[in-house]
Write a protein that binds this ligand. Structure first.
Ligand SMILES: N[C@@H](CCC(=O)N[C@@H](CS)C(=O)NCC(=O)O)C(=O)O
Length: 200
């Protein structure tokens, strides 16, 4: 089957992996174009035509339309699939987690991972609030996952995929998942459901 879309992404970026995992799980054929997000490849004139914000991931549909923002791409790919709850309230809860991910989880955990693991900054160079706010985010997840096996309802949804992307590699940012056993077990469960190997 020919590709339904092209995904510009970085293999080291959880944001890029979210739509990749969704497409793979739903059996949607796509072409992956690797982009180095650390050396300006998302800031070239050609890339900026796809996403003026200069960030990966970007999905380019077969008709040429481009869509950015990891969670928007997953929503588009998963339209009418079982990764989006059909019940209106459950669907809104899924959005609640996805919006929270972009405001309170990714900007702390993903940023600390990028600075510490990829850019090799030492702890003294890092904003101390990243560790505090990242641990608060993990605590929020632990509270939910101590009560329910998935973030919303009885099955995996886009909320789990959005949140697992950086949580599974949180140790690279200096976060200790052993302090969050329900989160740690959920990570393994979601990785198994998505058929992806545990990180590191
Ligand atoms: N909110 C965006 C964040 C995208 C983002 O931060 N992308 C990073 C990689 S994870 C990037 O492309 N950085 C390169 C740059 O800003 O130049 C999303 O969820 O897609």
């Amino acid at each position: 089957m020919s590709e339904v879309f092209t995904l510009y992404g970085s293999s080291s970026s959880g944001n890029s992996l979210k739509p990749k995992w969704v497409a793979e799980r739903l059996g949607i054929p796509f072409r992956w174009i690797e982009v180095d997000t650390f050396n300006g490849e998302t800031r070239t004139p050609d890339f900026l035509k796809l996403n003026p914000a200069g960030q990966a991931p970007v999905a380019v549909l077969a008709d040429g339309r481009a869509l950015a923002q990891s969670n928007a791409i997953t929503l588009h790919l998963a339209e009418r699939s079982d990764l989006i709850p059909s019940d209106a309230f459950a669907r809104a809860k899924m959005f609640e987690w996805m919006f929270w991910e972009q405001y309170s989880h990714e900007p702390t955990i993903a940023v600390r991972i990028a600075r510490k693991y990829y850019l090799k900054q030492i702890d003294a160079e890092l904003d101390p609030s990243l560790l505090i706010k990242g641990n608060a985010a993990l605590g929020r997840l632990e509270l939910q996952l101590g009560e329910t096996p998935y973030l919303v309802g009885e099955a995996i949804s886009l909320a789990d995929i959005a949140l697992v992307a950086y949580t599974r590699v949180a140790h690279r940012g200096g976060f200790d998942l052993d302090a969050y056993p329900a989160v740690r077990d959920w990570v393994r469960r979601i990785e198994a459901e998505l058929n992806i190997q545990p990180a590191d």
